[in-house]
Design a protein around this ligand. Structure first.
Ligand code: NAD
Length: 492
């Protein structure tokens, strides 16, 4: 099966002769081919989106929202179908895949609700017989560039607010996970979204992504991915004066204080660090632990890791699936070597799994380093695999300082029973998401999602905050005095 682009409401075979196989990371099987589309195809998609946009924006928002309700119901109906394909193309275990599809369903219904809100403001005028208000306006054609680790959820975080706000879009999914985009495209078609409102162009970031960013008719770029790519997107977007929303990497920590419920903390660390094989942007990759409970926590972690089943995520007993591809496997292994060379102590794991039944896929053992110093590479850089560094601290203040010392600021968490410590921590942890007595993952779609510092550039996916990316504010003054009234001057 070779995937086609979705342009102007039609599935169109790519004119490109170049294609790459979509590989199941659990067993190396090919699921189909994805084309590396051309700039010309981006041009066609953008012009389809542009042609459709004005009419789409004139449909009343509650009516636009009805398409999102329909999409939500279709996703619900096909939840298991989506989850199975998601596990096959990306590797996350089936339970998590179902959760990710559910996130898309939730986002559809939540953003559909925005069709009857999209709140603006009314405010008194400083002048008599004058009315003042501000409304959200659609921006036009938006470009969406998404990663492979949440191929359905992130697409919905971006496309649904864009649609309900009256924009049309061209979406470039990751070439690692095009099947989810294809399936979502089929739903766009089934619910009868007007032609050109939603467009999907498969291909390489350097070709399709760049063409989208450079295109003069694409007014907004919403990107999620790595910092290396994000900074290129920002640079090029800046050059073309685009509004660019960036959601990038993380180096998330769970802080475990001396009064923590260690059993709960252990469960949360296991879930946050090894779920999705450590490839969530919110994955726990650091455990910052008070010295008095370090040994006990380590023993509990080692025991819990010993009980994790590794394998193909379609097997419901499996808890840790493969990583996305060979280069990810090598990168994770490389970081483990660096950790050893820099003097961290390997507590458990540290190896690629290459003997049957793992030999056809890309598997890495859940890995924990201890006695990690904060300045070590493995404590600072995003590894994006099942690798955790344990860093010992003496106080809450030190824990917060260590947490905040990395360049990222996505998610953090603290385990403590002391309300004073908890309130200080939630104030001082410099991340966009803070969890109290829960792991670093598990975002709910009606709250803003994103990070501080190097994780982003001040925008948010999800929640009402997402609408800020896809709308412009328009301030409207209605003077019904029948005479010239000058603001700031005729105020006496
Ligand atoms: P990536 O940066 O390699 O790719 C992301 C997308 O950008 C892909 O669609 C890719 O094709 C495209 N791209 C690549 N080069 C491009 C270019 N020059 N111009 C335009 N587009 C280009 O990231 P990835 O490996 O797919 O995803 C993993 C990364 O995403 C991790 O760093 C993870 O932390 C991050 N992530 C962040 C969040 C968040 O919300 N903060 C969520 C999920 C993933």
């Amino acid at each position: 099966m070779e995937l086609k682009n979705f342009i102007g409401g039609k599935w169109i075979e790519s004119e490109s002769l170049q294609k790459v196989p979509v590989i199941n990371p659990a067993n190396g099987e090919s699921l189909g081919d994805v084309p590396l589309s051309t700039k010309n195809e981006v041009e066609l998609a953008v012009s389809a989106a542009k042609a459709a946009q004005k009419k789409w924006a004139l449909i009343p928002a509650p009516k636009r929202a009805e398409y999102l309700y329909e999409i939500g119901f279709k996703l619900k109906e096909k939840k298991e179908h989506f989850a199975q394909i998601l596990t096959k193309e990306m590797g996350k275990v089936i339970e998590e895949a179902r959760g990710e599809v559910q996130e898309g369903i939730d986002m559809a219904f939540y953003m559909a609700g925005e069709g009857r809100r999209l709140f603006g403001e009314t405010t008194p005028s400083e002048l008599a017989d004058k009315f003042a208000m501000s409304v959200r306006s659609p921006i036009g054609v938006v470009g969406l560039i998404t990663p492979w680790n949440f191929p359905i959820a992130i697409a919905t975080w971006k496309s649904f607010p864009a649609l309900v706000a009256g924009n049309t879009f061209v979406w470039k999914p990751s070439i690692e996970t095009p099947m989810m985009a294809y399936e979502l495209g089929k739903i766009f078609e089934e619910v009868g979204l007007p032609d050109g409102v939603a467009n999907i162009v498969f291909g390489a970031g350097t070709e399709v992504g760049t063409a989208l960013i450079e295109h003069p008719d694409v007014k907004v770029i919403s990107f999620t991915g790595s910092n290396a790519t994000g900074s290129k997107v920002a640079e090029l977007g800046g050059k073309h004066l685009k509004k660019v929303s960036l959601e990038m990497g993380g180096k998330n920590a769970v802080i475990v204080m001396d009064d923590a419920d260690l059993k709960l903390a252990t469960e949360a660390i296991i879930w946050s660090a090894f779920g999705t094989a450590g490839q969530r942007c919110t994955a726990c990759s650091r455990v910052i632990v008070h010295k008095d409970v370090k040994n006990e926590l380590e023993e509990m972690l080692v025991e819990a890791i010993g009980q994790l089943t590794i394998g193909d995520g379609l097997d419901p007993t499996v808890k840790v699936g493969p990583v996305i591809n060979k280069s990810a496997l090598e990168k994770i292994h490389h970081y483990v070597q660096i950790g050893k060379e820099e003097g961290a102590k390997l507590l458990v794991g540290g190896n690629k799994l290459s003997t049957p039944p793992f030999d056809k896929g890309y598997y890495f053992e859940p890995t924990v380093f201890t006695d990690v110093k904060n300045e070590m590479t493995i404590a600072q850089e995003e590894i994006f695999g099942p690798v955790v560094s344990i860093i010992e601290v003496n106080s809450l203040e030190e824990a917060v300082e260590v947490n905040n010392s990395v360049k990222f600021g996505l998610s953090s968490s603290i385990f403590s029973q002391d309300v004073n410590k908890i309130f200080k921590a939630q104030r001082d942890l410099d991340t966009g998401i803070v969890y109290i007595n829960a792991g670093t993952t598990g975002a709910e779609i009606h709250l803003p999602f994103g990070g501080t510092k190097g994780t982003g550039n001040g925008h948010r996916d999800s929640g009402q905050a997402a609408l800020d990316v896809y709308t412009e504010w328009k301030s409207i003054y209605v003077d019904y005095s029948g005479k010239l009234q000058r603001a700031q001057i005729d105020t006496e």
